[in-house]
Design a protein around this ligand. Structure first.
Ligand code: BGC
Length: 755
């Protein structure tokens, strides 16, 4: 009782303090806005990029310095490094009338200059504490380099691996996606935005961007509200609940209205229902793109966007060019412009920029923090936690450090592709290729020979498109056959072959949708030839998406999925291949058996005609299974984990009470290791058709060889809620199945009744 009174008292004090801070901020901003002209207010809504080294298009604002001095710019992105940031901030502070500091944003997607694995890889660690820590390290490094705004996390649920941007998110599941969204927002923003080493996070792309039709980037999205609420919106909502400061609207339309001009999305849902208090920025030129969406001319779409609830216009300059006239013509109101301006100023205020515009510009911090040894160590740790062992004969791996290795494949001695997509500040030449990593980790006892074996692709058209930001696919001067023969000759003399294949970094990411997601033909040919040598072949796959591996890995003795693993890729891969670290990653996106099955994801619904191989008229393909090749949650270890004895503290769950589920996990193999224990439920009878399984909990557990542990989950009624046909978030009493196991397919089951 005493404790409750004390914590109530503390909460009251915190609320009073927050209220006082808000009041202070409001009076500061009221005073500032009372001095601002309409032009200056509209200027704050303008986010532009002055540089030439921008990754996503060719729009470069002219006369940027003049615009800053005239108060026509609210923020910049694509300006990196304290020196350049200071030059730009100086103009705002010394030359503009009201000296309003600028925001400096960047795509800090997976680390800053110390590049971590791609986000899809990071998500496979299922380690939210590590993910949060990683985001805080990225924030520390980015702020040391002059930035105060990260365009991350991307939390778009994605179930179509043809879409190249699956690499930037956390996969297919809303529960896991929400946990990761929360961790990243908290990691970036820390306890206070005003701290020198925290920055504004920006959750994106609001909303449903991952559901583009056919997996083709920028394509239309069409889905029911019920599916949105239950399956696609939860991670954005989790980010809002975690206090995310900014949100980026997406390129796609929703219910026929582009997200950047969608009032239902940006105002009714985001602000009225979810209570979001921060600022909304458009995606790159997405305001202008509403013209292509056939919503009207630039002045119409800009007015539509600001009235819908969009605050900052990235790159289009539609707000800058048209809003004043629209105000005069009464197409927008001053309250629309004031709202947006206030929210931009509030973001600056919360960062502490009015107190000190140079807060994030400290060259001594940059020298110490950027690309530090300790940041590289974090990148290496995250990388080895992100790898997923897809196949193992439990004999070949881990390798002995004195073994004789034939290392082959176009990605085996490659720096250009280690960082992965969206590493705008990373320098590929600072990354560690696998060949170097293996030598570093194994030391002098290792006998290693290397041969490229094949090009990533022989297709000049694909190569040209993958090479837009620099050389990624290097088509060798030698003929494919010459390369293959070299690889076969070193394979014959080795104990084991390690084949490193996959995608070039820019074969996934933005504007990198693919209709064929098998390994390129050149690599498939190499693998098949290596299998004929009779040597054990370990296939290491680097990719930005789940690939279709059917037909490519049957001859392999082991397969390690490493994604694009970042600056420390080679060292981290070697740590795992030599067993210094036992792999523990689990897939967060299903690997399809074939492209024709897509979308394939674990939480699909049962149909009225469930699959039955003996019944022609059941839901199935004639030529492929219904299930993924490797399902969500799947991943092996060098050791073997066994699940047994699922017990419930009661078979009846009463609202307001809990029951406990307990399972015994045993490490039955010869190595210590970590296992992600997963909890799923099924609602056996529901007013609207339920998914067959929904993830409701997970724990990453470390067990020594031979050790056994009882793992407990708590079940409560709110965990069984869903949005019904009226979009009410409810649970329905009745029977549920509780499932626990090491992936979404192999599970122990028990039934409960919800009363
Ligand atoms: C991407 C965003 C990114 C922005 C700024 C856009 O093309 O969709 O994710 O934050 O560019 O670089």
């Amino acid at each position: 009782m005493k404790k409750t009174i004390a914590s109530f008292f503390i909460s009251c004090c915190v609320l009073i303090q927050l209220h006082a801070q808000d009041q202070k901020m409001n009076s500061f901003i009221n005073a500032l806005m009372s001095k601002m002209t309409i032009d200056e207010k509209i200027g704050q809504l303008n986010l532009i990029t002055p540089g030439s080294d921008i990754p996503t298009g060719s729009v470069v604002s002219s006369n940027v310095e003049k615009k800053i001095a005239e108060g026509n710019v609210g923020g910049l992105f694509g300006v990196i490094g304290t020196e350049k940031v200071k030059q730009a901030q100086d103009i705002a502070i010394q030359k503009s009338r009201l000296k309003i500091p600028l925001l400096f944003g960047s795509d800090v997607i997976h680390g800053h200059k110390t590049t971590f694995p791609i986000p899809l890889g990071i998500s496979c660690s299922w380690d939210t504490a590590l993910i949060r820590f990683g985001a805080s390290v990225a924030a520390n490094e980015a702020t040391a380099d002059g930035l105060n705004w990260a365009f991350s996390p991307m939390v778009d649920i994605a179930r179509d691996p043809r879409w190249g941007r699956v690499s930037e998110g956390s996969g297919e599941d809303p529960f896991l996606g929400s946990a990761i969204a929360t961790a990243m927002v908290k990691g970036y923003q820390g306890n206070s935005l005003a701290d020198k080493n925290t920055l504004l996070a920006c959750v994106k792309h609001f909303a449903l961007y991952g559901a583009a039709e056919g997996g083709r980037d920028y394509n239309s999205v069409d889905m029911t509200k019920m599916k949105m609420y239950n399956e696609y919106l939860p991670p954005y909502k989790a980010a809002v609940d975690a206090g995310v400061a900014t949100i980026m609207s997406s390129f796609n339309d929703i219910d026929g209205v582009p997200a950047s001009g969608n009032k239902w999305l940006l105002t009714d849902l985001l602000r009225s229902q979810w209570g979001f208090k921060g600022m909304v920025v458009s995606d790159y030129t997405s305001v202008g793109e509403m013209v292509n969406h056939r919503q009207g001319d630039i002045s119409q779409v800009s007015a539509q966007a600001i009235k819908a609830g969009l605050d900052m216009d990235m790159v289009t300059e539609g707000f800058l060019g048209t809003l004043k006239k629209s105000l005069q013509e009464k197409k927008v109101s001053i309250s629309d412009i004031d709202r947006a301006c206030r929210l931009v100023l509030e973001a600056k205020y919360k960062l502490g920029l009015f107190e000190d515009p140079y807060r994030y510009i400290d060259p001594s911090r940059a020298a110490k923090e950027v690309l530090s040894e300790s940041n590289r160590a974090v990148a290496r740790k995250i990388a080895r936690e992100s790898f997923v062992l897809l196949k193992s004969d439990y004999k070949t791996l881990p390798l002995k450090k004195t073994t004789s290795v034939a290392l082959v494949g176009p990605l085996a001695n490659d720096k250009n592709n280690m960082l992965g997509t969206w590493a705008v500040s990373g320098d590929p030449q600072k990354s560690i290729p696998v060949l170097d990593g293996m030598k570093n980790v194994a030391g002098a006892g290792l006998k290693i020979q290397y041969a490229k074996g094949a090009n990533i692709t022989d297709d000049p058209n694909l190569a040209r498109q993958a090479n837009v930001f620099g050389l990624r696919v290097d088509i060798d001067k030698r003929s494919p056959d010459e390369m293959l023969q070299e690889a076969l000759s070193i394979a014959k003399n080795a104990d084991v072959v390690i084949a490193v294949v996959g995608e070039a970094s820019e074969m996934s990411g933005e504007a990198a949708s693919r209709s064929d997601i098998t390994l390129p033909a050149s690599e498939q040919k190499l693998l098949k030839a290596l299998y004929t040598t009779g040597k054990p072949v370990v296939v290491v796959i680097m990719s930005g998406r789940p690939l279709v591996l059917t037909g490519s890995i049957e001859g392999a003795t082991a397969v390690l999925q490493t994604w694009h693993a970042g600056i420390e890729a080679g060292n981290a891969i070697a740590d795992v291949l030599f067993g210094d670290v036992n792999p523990s990653g689990k897939l967060t996106m299903s690997f399809p058996y074939s492209v024709g099955q897509i979308p394939v994801y674990y939480s699909q619904k049962r149909t009225g005609r469930p699959i039955d191989p003996n019944n022609k008229f059941s839901t199935k393909y004639l030529d492929a299974p219904n299930e993924a090749l490797f399902p969500f949650g799947y991943g092996l270890s060098y050791t073997k984990f066994v699940y047994s004895d699922l017990k419930l503290s009661s078979n009846t769950l009463i609202k307001g009470q809990i029951i406990e589920a307990e399972v015994t996990l045993t490490n039955n193999g010869p190595f210590d290791g970590a296992e992600v224990v997963q909890l799923y439920t099924l609602d056996q009878v529901r007013s609207v058709t339920p998914p067959e399984k929904e993830l409701k909990g997970f724990q990453k557990v470390i067990l020594k060889s031979g050790e056994s542990k009882k793992i407990k989950f708590t079940l409560s009624e709110p965990m069984l809620r869903f949005y019904n046909a009226d979009l009410k978030y409810i649970s329905e009493p009745g029977a549920f199945t509780v499932m626990v196991g090491g992936n979404s397919k192999e599970l122990l089951l028990k039934d409960i009744i919800l009363k």
